[in-house]
Structures are given as C-alpha cells and as structure tokens.
Design a protein around this ligand. Structure first.
Ligand code: GAL
Length: 685
C-alpha cells in the first residue's frame, strides 16, 4: 500500500545542515566551495535563526541570509530554508511568558534550551505566523531555494505541554469532542475515585498527583490533544508558506517524534516527509540497561521503515556524520571508517532519495559542541569529508534507484490509539514493546524485509492486499473501522496474525465486558478464556506446534475455538494451562486469520514466517549471514538489491545467480566478501 505524496526527488542527492549565523562570513565562500567539491548540492539553513531575522519585536533584518543566499546562488548551491520558530527569541519570551511551555506543576521552562514554547498560546501563533510570513515573503522567490522545512523536529526535546494556554485549549478540545459533561464523565470513567466534574472549567490537563499517577482515559485524550495542537501549529505555517513557495518547491518538516500523528501531519501539512537519522544512538545515549544489543545501529532500519509508512519516498534531513553527544550527555564513539557510508546506504535502501548530513562543521560553542559534524573544529579536510566524497560517487553509481519502491514481504500493523495507550498503560506497553521489537529483530535476522502500515480512516483492506501477511500484534483498542478493514483484507485472501490481548479495550481506553478478541471475534471465531503475564517461575512456557516447541513470549491468552472454521494449530506445553489452545487458525473468505495467545519473540516470529511461507524471499538468489541486512527497491521491473554488512568483521555472502554489481558495472556471481561495514548494490533485471 503506497501512500500519496506531493513531492519526490527525481535524483539521489546529498546535502548538509549549515549555520551561517554561527560562523564568520569570511568562512562562507570556502565552506560552500568545499561542499560542492565533495558532492554536496544542497544546504539547509535558518531553522533556529529567529532573532537574526527579528532582533527586536517588529524590527526585521534579512541582511545576513541575503548575503549568504547571494553566495549560495553564485556557487550554484540549492537551499532548504527553515522557518525559524523552533527557538523563540529572548525578547519574546521575556515580554510574553505565556508562550512558554511549563512543567506539570506550572513552573515555566525558561530560556536556554530550545523548543521552549507551547503550541496553543495565541501570542505565539500571532508572532510565529508573522515571522514565517516575513521570511517566506522575503526569501520565497529566491531561485536557489528548493524547499522549506517547518520549525525543527516538532515534539522533540519535550512532547508534553502544561502551560495555561494548553489547559484552556484542552477544555475546548474535550467540549468539542464530548459535547456534554455526562458523556465526558463517562468516557473518562470519572465515577472512579470521585473525579466526576460538575462544570467544564474543572477540566484540566494532567496535574501533579500522589505518585504522579493520572487517569488513563484523560491521558489518552491528552496525547490526542498534543498531537492535534502540534499539527495545527504546523498547518498554520504550511498554509502561510503555500502562498509564497515557488512552483516545484516543497514543504517538509523533519520528524519523527512522539505524541504526534505523523501520518496526519504529512497528509494535512507537508509535500514530503524528512527524518533525522542518528544510528549512533545505538552505541551510547539511548541504550537501556539489559536491552538486547544484537542489532545496534541496524535498529535504525526500524525507524526508517516507520518513516516509509508515512511517506514512501522520503528524505533524510540530518544524517549522522560524527560522534554524537552534548556537553550534558555521555560521549559516544565517532563513526568508524565506512559507517557513514553504511548509514547513508541504510537510509537510501529504505527509501530516502535525499541524504543531508548533520552538520558541516562541529559548533565551537554551545550545548552541541560535542555533536560532531563532518569537519572538526580545526576546519581541515579529514577522513569524514573523504567519506562524504565516496558517498557522492556511490550515489552516482546507484542513481537509477531514485524513485524506486521498497519491496516488503509482510507488514507490521500499528495505529496511534494503541501506540498512545501503550505509552500510558504498562500492561499494554510491555507486550507491545516486546513484540514489536522482536518482530523487527525476527525480520532482520531472517532477511525477511518488512513494512509498517497504520490503521487509519484512510486505510482500506484493498490497499493492503499486496501483503501476503499482516501482523497486528496487540490491537488492544479495537475500532469498528479497523475490524472492517481487517475483515476485508482477509476476505480477499490475506493472512492476518493477531496476538495476546487483542480487542481488550474500546476507544476511550475502557476494558470491554466481553471476551477477547472483542469485536474481532466474528472474524477469528475464537474467545479468550483466561490470561496471564508470565512470572519468573513460568520461564520456558511454550506451545507445541507441528511437533516443535515454540516460545509464547511474556503474556499468554488461553484460547478456545468459538466457531465452525476455527482449527487449533498449537496448544500450550506447560504451566496450569498445558494442553489448552495457544494458536487457532480460522479460514474466512479467501484468506485466514491466526489468533495467537502469546507475544512475539524472534524465535516464534520465524515459525510464523515459515508457516505462512514468507521467510527469506530472496534466498534463491542470495545467501547471507545474520550480520547482513537485505533490502530491495524496485522500479520498472528492475530490482536493486542492497546488502549491508553491519559487522566490524568481514563476512561472506553467496550470489546464487548472476547480477550486476552497480559500482563495478560488472556481472558477478558466486562467493563475495564484504569488508567491515561494506555495502553492495546488485541489479537484477
Ligand atoms: C537533531 C536536531 C539538530 C541537532 C541534532 C544534534 O535532533 O534537529 O538541530 O540538535 O539533533 O543534537
């Protein structure tokens, strides 16, 4: 299922993020010349430069970026211009503190970081829309401009908002949604612990409570509200830009962050989506204790898969080009020789047709002075710049890949209600995180390329029919629309796999008073008799499936057949429910549904892939070790097969059929060795 988008790059190109305001203008000509020499054709600028454009309220100055754009034009450098709203200036936040975001207890977040504003202040909307309009009006016709980036990373740094304006706007949001207080009280389950509201002005966003707990149903609406607020802010900017952008230029923003329906933002505000890819996070900052490290930087393929679901042909606005780290964050290793190439090819393999590095030169001051760019402080040519040049050559060798679609064997199904709920509800979160991580790992390690699809109003069963298999691991909140879409998908021949706790809740996040899978039971012809998390004593609980023992994960629903088509495929092998159904298959229309009582693990995912015959779809043409990821982009009947070695050791692969090595432009077959971090692109036509 390919989603609409209004802009696509027609060539693969490289870019870089540049901050003219951070450097002496004497450096600009040399910087631009060296960028061009090394294959960089586009720069992104200005996303934090509000106080350069408006140094005092109502006084505008365009001189600095005019001079820079004159130079860029001379050098034939293309420019993506940022609307500078990510950091409202000091004069603004001091005079109008109501624009600031705040902690839950009401203490304002003061100046010093970025993204300190809230989306709902009328003052912020007035001043932000004015600066966006001024900048768009002034620079929009510049021939060197090719596109606009709105703000920077909406919902990054912080994605919770508790300012006065947010409380007030939340009140409007729920009034509009529920119309009556009775309905609101019911939806929020307010009879529980005396939360019943007598008037609309008793509605607040979550506030500090004992143990910092909040009503789960309020939290669900809170997340939906933040998402709507961010999209409204983005739309305000996109509507202004639309009046000034030149024909052919695009409007984008760089994502992808939480509490935000990125798909809706794409549909309502953007022409193309861009993403900031920092695979080095895998080696330091975000590693959770005890987290399975087998995939490291390869885990970024999961984010890129997710981005592809928002926008099939996307761009990378910030691609890691140095060690990451802030002065306030732990250090992380610099990319090793070959890793910048590896990560760029990872992005391209997953659908990026534009890759822009962050940043040209490391800042010599400020919070980010250890977030390294291509060049270091000394400004000398270095091995990272040499690698950029190699990436440029590489991009020329695979140029025809631009616009090709990614080929997936199956899709993981997600939706925002369940994502938001799983972030609030730990029971839900535990099963969802564990299964989604493991499905991705299972797909990676068996070389079975995957997509992600989102259940939205716009998703229809027909659009899904290209996928032989859909896995909707834990659709706890199940809507009638989703059920209808899944039924349509199955009736047309699809195979749907669902896991534990499906259909437990309604759209308000209440548990429904019927057996799971709730409203999906008409399709699955199954019922859940009983359920349990697995404790330390239950380790090794598994199911017997086709004579094999297969893991059932961290949570088990004990199933029972509830219709004539339901056929038990596997029973639990241990615990007090040994012998009870763990997996039931039901045929419906031309397709079937597999109701699995457990959560997914990389091991049981393999069993599902084998059973549904989707595992390793390229095994007849290429044999790969676990260390390698495969991804295939396809255009005009030609398949571009990417093989990426994430390992620091050489690995051997076998081409079982003759293919063209796109770099060598030679036909190759048989054994090949991929050096540490080496990547290959083969053409099969
Ligand atoms: C990104 C952000 C950049 C820069 C970079 C390194 O998230 O968009 O502006 O901050 O991280 O921290």
């Amino acid at each position: 299922m390919r989603r609409k988008q209004k802009f696509c790059w027609d060539r693969l190109t490289l870019g870089v993020c540049y901050y003219p305001e951070h450097w002496s203008p004497d450096l600009w000509p040399d910087d631009l010349r060296r960028m061009k020499e090394n294959g960089i054709e586009t720069v992104r600028v200005a996303e934090f430069a509000w106080s350069i454009f408006e140094p005092e309220e109502g006084r505008f100055s365009f001189d600095l970026f005019d001079r820079f754009l004159d130079l860029a034009q001379q050098e034939n450098m293309k420019v993506i211009f940022g609307t500078p709203t990510a950091v409202p200036p000091v004069w603004l936040t001091e005079k109008y503190p109501e624009v600031l975001n705040s902690r839950k207890d009401g203490v304002l977040f003061r100046h010093g970081m970025r993204r300190h504003y809230n989306y709902n202040s009328g003052t912020l909307h007035r001043l932000a829309s004015r600066i966006v309009e001024k900048v768009a009006e002034h620079y929009g016709r510049r021939p060197c401009l090719v596109g606009w980036q709105i703000d920077n990373e909406l919902n990054c740094e912080i994605n919770e908002f508790y300012s006065e304006s947010d409380h007030l706007e939340f009140r409007n949001f729920v009034m509009e949604k529920y119309k009556s207080l009775d309905r609101l009280n019911e939806a929020w389950g307010n009879v529980f612990w005396n939360q019943t509201l007598n008037s609309w002005d008793q509605v607040f966003l979550p506030r500090p409570t004992i143990n910092d707990m909040a009503n789960p149903h309020v939290m669900l609406d809170f997340k939906r509200f933040i998402s709507e607020s961010a999209i409204r802010f983005c739309k305000m900017q996109s509507d202004i830009l639309a009046r000034y952008v030149k024909e052919g230029d695009f409007i984008t923003t760089n994502g992808m962050f939480g509490n935000l329906d990125n798909h809706k933002m794409m549909d309502t505000c953007l022409d193309i989506y861009t993403y900031d890819s920092y695979p080095n996070f895998a080696y330091g900052l975000s590693e959770k204790p005890g987290e399975n490290r087998t995939l490291n930087d390869r885990k970024w393929s999961r984010h890129l898969t997710e981005v592809r679901s928002i926008c099939p042909h996307f761009g990378i606005m910030e691609q890691q080009s140095g060690a990451n780290g802030w002065n306030t964050r732990k250090g992380a290793p610099a990319p090793k020789p070959g890793q910048m190439m590896l990560w760029s090819m990872q992005s391209i393999m997953h659908g990026a047709d534009y890759v822009s590095f962050f940043r040209w030169r490391t800042a010599v001051m400020g919070t980010e002075m250890y977030w390294h760019g291509i060049l270091d402080y000394d400004n000398c040519d270095n091995r990272k710049l040499a690698e950029v040049k190699k990436i440029y050559k590489r991009v020329q060798a695979v140029q025809e890949v631009a616009g090709a679609g990614y080929e997936a064997s199956f899709a993981l199904v997600r939706d925002y209600d369940n994502i938001f709920d799983s972030e609030i509800d730990m029971w839900h979160g535990q099963v969802a995180d564990s299964s989604e991580t493991e499905i991705f790992a299972g797909a990676q390690l068996t070389h079975t390329p995957m997509d992600v699809v989102y259940m939205r109003k716009e998703t229809d069963g027909k659009g899904l029919k290209n996928y032989k298999l859909l896995i909707y691991p834990h659709g706890e909140i199940l809507s009638q629309e989703t059920c209808r879409t899944l039924e349509e998908y199955v009736s047309q021949g699809g195979c749907l796999v669902i896991g534990a706790r499906t259909g437990q809740k309604d759209g308000d996040g209440h548990c429904v008073m019927r057996r799971m899978p709730g409203i999906l039971a008409a399709l699955t012809q199954t019922a859940v008799e009983e359920f349990t998390f697995l404790g330390p004593d239950d380790a090794g609980t598994d199911m017997e499936w086709n004579g094999e023992c297969v893991e059932t994960g961290i949570f088990n629903d004990i199933l029972t057949p509830a219709g004539p088509q339901a056929k038990v495929l596997a029973v639990y092998g241990s615990s007090y429910y040994a012998g009870k159904p763990a997996l039931i298959e039901t045929k419906a229309g031309k397709g079937r549904v597999l109701h699995f009582g457990g959560t997914f693990t990389r091991e049981n995912v393999k069993a599902f892939f084998k059973y549904t015959e989707i595992m390793e779809p390229y095994s007849d043409i290429i044999q790969l070790p676990e260390e390698c990821e495969i991804g295939v982009r396809k255009k005009d009947g030609k398949e571009y097969i990417f093989v990426l070695n994430y390992s620091k050791k050489p690995v051997e692969i076998v081409l079982k059929t003759a293919m063209t090595d796109m770099d060598l432009r030679e036909t190759v077959e048989g054994k090949a060795v991929l050096e540490p971090y080496e990547t290959k692109v083969y053409l099969k036509d």
